[in-house]
Design a protein around this ligand. Sequence first.
Ligand code: MUC
Ligand code: MG
Length: 391
Amino acid sequence: MNKPGVAALTFPLAPGELARGRDIVAIETVIVDVPTTRRHRLSNTEVTVQSYVIVRVALADGTLGYGEAATLGGPRWAEESVEAIKANIDRYLAPAIMGQSVLAFEANQLAMQKAASRNNAARGGVDAALFDAAGKSLGLPASQFLGGALRDRIEVLWALASGDADQEIAEAQAKLAAREHRRFKIKLGFHSPADDMARLARIVEALPGCEIICDVNQGWSEATAIRYLPRLAELGVVLIEQPLLPGLVGATARVAARSPIPIMTDEAAFTGPEIVAQALAGAGSVYSLKLVKSGGLLELKRAAAIAQDCGMELYGGCLLETALGAAAHLAVFAGLPRLEWGCEHFGPNIVKTDLTNGEVVIRDFHIHCPQGPGLGVTINEAALRSLARKV
Ligand code: MUC
Ligand code: MG
């Protein structure tokens, strides 16, 4: 049945008929601060509250679409803060696409790229809201606009990042018992390498049969990486993420050449050319896909194709997004020909309050792609209001 106010489509369509009523008439943003269930530590920052910009797009037919731009530790994981994201959406990105058809995905993305250089998290949040609105208006899942889905669930890992081995072992065992996660990512680099190895050894011993990867978030030097990577391999770690600073391409390539385990590129590559540069230098053989790096859903799919064509394997990365941000990633991940390393969208379970009505489910070690129209999630307006920052 058609929604009130939306004219039924008759076939064949007259030119422009599909777009009728689907013009963007409003774009609003709000900053939300969402406490996490525990301290999440990285080598260079830590969070107990995650901040996001929630974008709401309204169409002429009355449809609302939502998207999320995530940050981690202020302008720390990347250069964008929620305050900058909100200001740049309100002042530059929103005016660039106002009045345009929501179905003009490529044109709207190009207009936003023209209005502001980089600002990938901001653009990604708006783009996700556009895909949500378009899908909700037409009654189609967003994955349909990206070529259709190939899978409806993805193996999902959990990150251990408190730095306290006893707490981390208990947390991992609870996740295993609940059949939520059996693969774990251990954050390294905030203790000395020797202390991290001792912590890691204890965790590995307590989790037999579990796949372990490690993320150093740029915390090591070339020398430290060369010294400790064999130990990681000895402990059974299967993948090491972003061990060195992003600019150290040559040094990372030298580490990769000597490393017994593959290196995953994360912060070192946001754009297509950056992915190619890493791959050509031999600095990474797995790529972590993130909307905050690519700046849009089609761009995220393109990043996957670029990395894959450069011979890299793919990993579905996150920035602790809520279920709303996770759903935007899943719309893309569902249609990727290959996703060798699964994904890490555990964010919906690390925030204390979800912003959606529970459509994204983690069960049987997999995250299940929501199947409804748009991004497949609906917004819990009460939660959104209560977490909105009062400015
Ligand atoms: C990162 O660098 O991967 C996302 C998940 C997590 O544990 O840390 C972040 C960022
Ligand atoms: Mg990372």
